[in-house]
Write a protein that binds this ligand. Structure first.
Ligand SMILES: [Zn+2]
Length: 199
């Protein structure tokens, strides 16, 4: 879009015009987006039209992408946590706007159950938690809500020694910043113990 703000004689603008005319590169990619998501984009050199249509098109793509992702996630056999999360498409924006990038990073990892813990539903290796004696699978729920190795941290950041599944899901749904604060400190303990005791 920026190239069409340049004077007619500038090379990037000439190339942009040729891309539109021959329907190649990014101009062609717009067609596939239009086909795939049914978005309304007027492909022209008129910057005002792009400015008018682009935000709406982006919104449509985000909504459809979220819809497709959710339909896959909700039938996932290996990631049960996805099935329990009922989120709005705006949750990503909410998480990204919830503070520094480290907060978003922890919230995404937790919600996706993609912390580097032992739980790997697709493998047959040992998956029980090495940090406590509960003999429980070390997944995001156990790490965040149940493991006794982090009781002090949990009490400090989440206000309880142990958290039930219902409360845990509630915090995840709301993408509570306190979860990120908890993770940051508990993870340091986790990493230190694994290295020090070769767990
Ligand atoms: Zn544990």
């Amino acid at each position: 879009m920026k190239v069409f703000k340049l004077p007619d004689s500038r090379l990037p603008r000439i190339l942009g015009r040729e891309c539109l005319k021959c329907n190649v590169f990014w101009a062609k990619n717009w067609d596939s987006l239009i086909d795939r998501y049914g978005i309304a984009i007027n492909k022209s050199e008129d910057v005002q039209l792009w400015s008018r249509d682009f935000p709406k098109a982006l919104e449509v793509v985000a909504d459809k992408y979220h819809e497709q992702f959710m339909s896959k996630a909700l039938v996932s056999e290996r990631h049960q946590q996805y099935r329990e999360l009922r989120t709005s498409p705006r949750i990503v924006a909410q998480i990204l706007g919830s503070g520094p990038i480290w907060v978003s990073k922890w919230l995404f990892k937790l919600r996706g159950d993609i912390l580097a813990l032992r739980s790997r539903p697709y493998e047959k290796e040992e998956q029980t938690c090495p940090m406590c004696s509960a003999n429980a699978i070390e997944d995001a729920f156990h790490f965040t809500a149940q493991c006794t190795a982090y009781t002090v941290v949990r009490r400090k950041f989440l206000g309880a020694s142990v958290i039930c599944r219902e409360e845990y899901m509630y915090l995840l749904e709301r993408a509570e910043v306190s979860l990120a604060r908890y993770c940051r400190v508990a993870w340091q303990l986790h990493v230190r113990a694994i290295a020090e005791y070769n767990l």
